[in-house]
Write a protein of this length. Structure first.
Length: 109
């Protein structure tokens, strides 16, 4: 992957992270401003993803993005918002990370 792809993936992940944080804050205390800002962030993140799909292909772009978001958003939920997950859910997250990693790293035909 070219450096531009890595930078775009990092930017979209960061933007989606802030959008997820905004969504959580909106869920805790809903206001119109929080909802609008969250929607703007999700829109910007998706616009970047459109370029990544064009440059990397749909499978690679969405798989890499999903893996990064899975890790980062869950880390924020657990460590910043102090969300408690039962062992079964933690195991499911770990299995999802492994599954997406296998899909991403497996050789293509």
């Amino acid at each position: 992957m070219a450096i531009s792809g890595v930078l775009q993936l990092a930017a979209s992940t960061l933007i989606f992270l802030f959008a997820a944080i905004g969504a959580k804050h909106w869920a805790i205390s809903p206001t119109l401003l929080k909802m609008v800002l969250t929607l703007i962030l999700y829109t910007i993140g998706n616009l970047i993803m459109l370029r990544l799909v064009r440059d990397l292909g749909m499978a690679s772009a969405f798989t890499l993005s999903a893996l990064l978001q899975l890790v980062v958003v869950n880390a924020i939920a657990i460590f910043y918002f102090s969300e408690k997950l039962p062992a079964a859910q933690l195991a499911g997250i770990l299995l999802a990370i492994i599954a997406v990693g296998l899909i991403t790293l497996s050789p293509s035909k």
